[in-house]
Write a protein that binds this ligand. Structure first.
Ligand code: ZN
Length: 391
């Protein structure tokens, strides 16, 4: 069974996107939660981008001991120095150096030629290596980079000391098969590629971040960069919870697993929502409030006979104790009876049709119904019955 390393960038790529900014204390708190979640690498920030990030990386390094802590750095000396300084308290440290390699980024953003980029990579990766043994190198916009040039850049980065090579889909452009082809090409053309860890970093602009990441895993990539709840620039990054659970549930297919403590996935998601005040959509895989809920009559009937009829998850693994059955406007008599039984309340089986009618009336103008409201409806109908008998 292959082990896939989880590189969490919630505190860097996630935190830098609008609406997800955190205070220093919040970053430390979430960093400690990431340790409980048992991620392999925490990208704690981009030290050169601002003093707050540098300080946050230092404080996280003091409070988190098990995962590798990394700081992002452009391919320039000052960034690398700041990254190294930010990591001075880290027990396990990594400097993450990046430079753009696509034609559009080199020409219009960096104003550098291919040759200049190659020289810079050799110089700066070597410099980073002189400070820190664990160096990750990323080719920004790799998926829009000329493949021959990509092979050259990666070769130089490895010769200069990089031990992890990251192939980011920075703009969320690639498709799963194309991504597989890129990885395959790198593996067959770069010398000593088997001596380093290959990594993904996928964005979700076309909703393909998880699929692309999983495709790369199939091609032998052993590290994936992702964020809790999939937060990140624009449409976000590949969601940690989706990748981890895809590998867990479809272990038969991927034959790969992670070190993630999956009982902490929901807690991590909730903590992030609590900190950022940005809720996840109800139907978000794994962490959305509807992710394990069934309400239609046919589904509930199946679930009650065997939960596997309509659910691919063992929810207990995720620490979820609920049966997941919720009354909705399409719930039938069996579902409502099951719910009344599970609430352990006093109801009259002969009045089940009346309860169903009243509950559906309520749901025609309300999106959901709470247990308290269900109990209130049952009690009201019961009282009417008792009053009629008295009269
Ligand atoms: Zn990114």
């Amino acid at each position: 069974m292959r082990k896939i390393k989880i590189f969490d960038t919630t505190l860097r790529d996630g935190e830098q996107s609008p609406g997800f900014t955190m205070t220093l204390d919040e970053k430390i708190k979430f960093g400690m939660q990431l340790e409980k979640l048992n991620v392999d690498v925490i990208e704690a920030g981009f030290a050169a981008s601002n003093e707050k990030d540098l300080k946050a990386i230092q404080e996280i390094s003091k409070n988190v001991t098990s995962p590798i802590i990394t700081s992002l750095a452009r391919c320039v000396k000052d960034d690398i120095d700041k990254a190294y300084e930010s990591l001075k308290y880290a027990k396990k440290k990594r400097i993450h150096v990046f430079i753009a390699t696509s034609d559009i980024h080199m020409k219009d953003k960096l104003h550098m030629s291919k040759e200049e980029v190659l020289v810079r990579v050799r110089k700066m990766v070597s410099y980073a290596k002189s400070l820190c043994d664990d160096i990750e190198f990323s080719l920004e916009d790799a998926t829009r980079t000329n493949i021959d040039f990509m092979v050259k850049v990666i070769s130089v980065a490895i010769e200069s000391g990089a031990s992890t090579i990251n192939i980011p889909d920075t703009v969320g452009y690639i498709t799963p098969d194309e991504y597989k082809n890129i990885i395959r090409c790198i593996k067959s053309n770069v010398k000593n590629i088997d001596k380093v860890t290959l990594s993904t970093h996928c964005h979700n602009d076309l909703g393909l971040a998880t699929s692309n990441t999983l495709s790369a895993i199939e091609e032998g990539v052993n590290q994936v960069e992702c964020t809790v709840n999939g937060i990140g620039e624009r449409a976000g990054n590949a969601a940690l919870e989706e990748i981890v659970m895809a590998l867990k549930v479809r272990n038969d297919y991927y034959n790969a697993d992670t070190n993630i403590n999956i009982k902490e996935i929901i807690n991590s998601s909730k903590m992030l929502v609590d900190i950022t005040k940005s809720p996840v959509q109800n139907n978000k895989p794994v962490v959305g409030s509807n992710a394990f809920i069934q309400s239609s009559g046919i589904h509930v009937d199946g679930i009650l006979k065997n939960p596997k009829t309509y659910s691919i998850f063992d929810t207990k693994q995720l620490g979820i104790e609920t049966d997941g059955i919720v009354i909705g406007v399409h719930s039938g008599k069996h579902t409502i009876k099951y719910k009344l039984d599970s609430l352990n309340i006093d109801y009259d089986i002969n009045k089940l049709d009346k309860y169903v009618l009243e509950i559906k009336n309520y749901l025609s103008t309300n999106k959901t119904i709470t247990d308290e409201k269900l109990i209130e409806i049952v009690n009201t109908i019961n009282k009417i019955k008792k009053l009629q008998i008295k009269l």
